[in-house]
Write a protein that binds this ligand. Structure first.
Ligand code: SF4
Length: 179
């Protein structure tokens, strides 16, 4: 099986990649225009480049273009993390991943988002399955954080020297600076 793994960040990709790679060839897809500022996007991309080079797997890096992402979450900017804004953001990234998987002949796609303890696993799997059906591909549901998956990702990052970010990604999730 040839599987496309939507990778939200290198830390979450560690557990996801390890758990999926026994099922066939896993190729990464780093589609995250939700990450701001651009310097942070580059930092996360470089972390993934480091991981994929150590573990020897390929990753696609589509161009960074946050405009469409900002349109997707328009009107939802002030909502908290875990709200409709995050659902729109996740659906946006999974839709592009499903399209890419379909257009490039992958057997299925999955996402590393479910390594994170902060993401809604049920929503992520439901929307991934619906999008796959609509687009004509297959989504592999996951809950990579289970069975110590998140802890594993922390340990991989420590041992490999992989950068771990301290906020989800968008400008609305940036830690507030106390004045
Ligand atoms: S907090 Fe994270 S999941 Fe939610 S909208 Fe921002 S980047 Fe997307």
């Amino acid at each position: 099986m040839r599987l496309l793994l939507h990778i939200c960040c290198a830390p979450d990709a560690t557990t996801a990649y390890k758990r999926l790679s026994g099922s066939g060839e896993v190729v990464g897809y780093f589609f995250n225009p939700n990450v701001q500022p651009y310097e942070e996007y580059l930092k996360r991309r470089q972390a993934l480049e480091k991981l994929s080079s150590i573990w020897n797997f390929d990753v696609f890096y589509p161009p960074y273009d946050p405009d469409e992402w900002f349109k997707t979450v328009r009107g939802l900017e002030d909502l908290p993390e875990g709200s409709m804004r995050c659902k729109a953001c996740i659906a946006f990234r999974l839709r592009k991943s499903a399209l890419f998987a379909k257009e490039n002949g992958f057997d299925a796609f999955a996402t590393s988002l479910t390594t994170s303890p902060h993401k809604d696993v049920n929503f992520t799997n439901d929307i991934g399955t619906k999008l796959a059906k609509k687009i004509g591909t297959t989504y592999i549901p996951s809950a990579f954080r289970k069975n110590n998956g998140f802890l594993e990702s922390v340990n991989y990052c420590k041992s490999l020297g992989i950068y771990r970010q301290n906020y989800c990604g968008c400008v609305f999730s940036l830690p507030k600076v106390k004045v």
